[in-house]
Design a protein around this ligand. Sequence first.
Ligand SMILES: Cc1cc2nc3c(=O)[nH]c(=O)nc-3n(C[C@H](O)[C@H](O)[C@H](O)COP(=O)(O)OP(=O)(O)OC[C@H]3O[C@@H](n4cnc5c(N)ncnc54)[C@H](O)[C@@H]3O)c2cc1C
Ligand SMILES: *[C@@H]1O[C@H](CO)[C@@H](O)[C@H](O)[C@H]1NC(C)=O
Ligand SMILES: *[C@@H]1O[C@H](CO)[C@@H](O)[C@H](O)[C@H]1NC(C)=O
Ligand SMILES: *[C@@H]1O[C@H](CO)[C@@H](O)[C@H](O)[C@H]1NC(C)=O
Ligand SMILES: *[C@@H]1O[C@H](CO)[C@@H](O)[C@H](O)[C@H]1NC(C)=O
Length: 495
Amino acid sequence: MRWFTTLTAVAVWALSVPATCLPRGDADLKDLNSKLSSKARIYLPGSSGFADVSARWSELEMPASNISVVPAIEKDVVETIKFASKYNIPFLAVNGVHGSITTLGRMDWGVSIYVGEMSGVKIAPDGKTATILGGTMSKVVTDTLWAAGKQTVTGTCECVSYLGPALGGGHGWLQGHHGLVADQFVSMNVVLADGTLKTIGPSSDLWWAMKGAGHNFGVVTSVTVKIYPLVHQNWAIETLMFTGDKVKEVYQAANDNLLKGGTQDVNVINWSYWFNLPQVDPTGPVIAFYIIQEGVGAVDSKYTKPFRDIGPFSVEPAAGTYRDLAGWVGINLDAPPCAKAGLANPRFPIYLEKYNATAQQQIYNLFAKATNASSPFAGSLFMFEGYSMQGVKAVDAASAAYAYRGDNLLIAPLLQYQPAGPVRDAQAKQLGNEIRELLRKGSGRTDLHSYVNYAYGDETAKSWYGSEAWRQTKLKALKTKYDPKGRFSFYAPVA
Ligand SMILES: Cc1cc2nc3c(=O)[nH]c(=O)nc-3n(C[C@H](O)[C@H](O)[C@H](O)COP(=O)(O)OP(=O)(O)OC[C@H]3O[C@@H](n4cnc5c(N)ncnc54)[C@H](O)[C@@H]3O)c2cc1C
Ligand SMILES: *[C@@H]1O[C@H](CO)[C@@H](O)[C@H](O)[C@H]1NC(C)=O
Ligand SMILES: *[C@@H]1O[C@H](CO)[C@@H](O)[C@H](O)[C@H]1NC(C)=O
Ligand SMILES: *[C@@H]1O[C@H](CO)[C@@H](O)[C@H](O)[C@H]1NC(C)=O
Ligand SMILES: *[C@@H]1O[C@H](CO)[C@@H](O)[C@H](O)[C@H]1NC(C)=O
């Protein structure tokens, strides 16, 4: 859905909505305004403030609102949700704006609650935890802790919020040591669907749901998380670039030398990207294989040699600190994935235990053909993320709504294109699903394991939250208890 850009559009739209569902105009907005703190703001369409908090990373199926509230403090969130609840107005928390699941497009009017002004990190006097406000960006968390000689697990991308990834589990560089981002939660303040503010911890039944399906249950205004001493400042990377004819060999080597059946060394991470680099190979995407190692000045040759032996067309080692990682893999603040460039950016994720070299060859062929230079998808990026897993597997799988601790790889084609209407969108959807199906078939699995935070939106709740009956039953029961009217239902709804 497109944003309403003019007040006229809003007025026309209003005619089709039953009057009983609507606030009685200005008086009620004034009423909300009077309950907000002096620093909170309300923006309406047509204002530059509204435009600023409405721009998003992916322009496919964007959520539409026609009131934007910018809370300054927790109580502003409480008042806003009470207001929206009272008048049955749809609402949605907006944070780092990188959410791109197409279910967001089901929101076609209502209140967006932009939480980004509630930003800050406070380290506890004992140095074991930190309290992070609901709208803090990942980079702010990393930088603040770094300055104090501490660190914790955050998402890797600098422009994504801390909580957006965390509520769906949250993958990050340090997960091999400490588990997912959500595994670090110690307590949190959350505003529920009816506007009640709750402080919850492990003794709450809601705790389980917040760690993997959290977007469905409340707006988190702050979270206290475990932090750790900064042991290794230094990290190194080796980027090996291959042409597509090496695809089978590269992923066979990744299985044999890196993944090793999910026992990849805790200090090693491997990512790879496929993208078009016509000056090197005009016939198909190149493979950039990144091997990243913690606590060293150069990646150990025992990891890199098997890949060097395959014959990369370039090998580029680099050394630096933890804070260079995002830049090395192109997801720092200045990199294209942080830009709001007016593009559609759907991903089609699948979790796997290991690579199947035959399937890698199949998807390479399909991806290469469909993203050729003259196709609308030429700017696409295929992402293969192989984080270390020890910390994730050390946590009891039943303890959180996050369902996929058994998998080792997060794989997703990102089909990037200029929005051009429903036909192009349908082409992308078909291609993305075709690629994903080849990967699923290659894994021999019947069910699709899909990371909720990368999801396209056409997967099922079983794919996002695990198909085990107990998971589905538990999740639905909690939803009925805490959000019976389904107010938190735009981001990957559990039911
Ligand atoms: C370039 C890029 C890099 C990424 N890197 C990683 C990564 O390293 N690890 C990883 O796990 N994921 C990663 N992701 C996926 C990421 O987890 C999701 O895109 C996530 O939705 C982004 O959150 P956001 O706050 O930026 O986006 P938003 O669109 O603002 O938020 C997404 C949804 O999260 C919910 N939400 C956000 N804040 C709150 C809150 N305070 N309380 C309650 N609900 C809230 C809302 O439902 C909202 O619709 C990446 C995505 C991109 C595009
Ligand atoms: C928002 O849209 C709804 C539905 O179209 C309409 O009833 C309401 O008056 C609008 N509110 C504002 C502030 O524009
Ligand atoms: C890549 O990561 C996967 C997943 O953790 C791991 O199994 C594999 O050994 C890694 N490969 C390399 C080369 O590090
Ligand atoms: C290029 O891509 C387009 C669109 O994805 C596709 O229809 C076409 O067949 C491709 N061309 C070649 C030569 O593969
Ligand atoms: C790998 O994928 C191919 C193609 O789907 C499949 O035929 C084969 O059985 C898979 N191999 C393994 C070991 O699962």
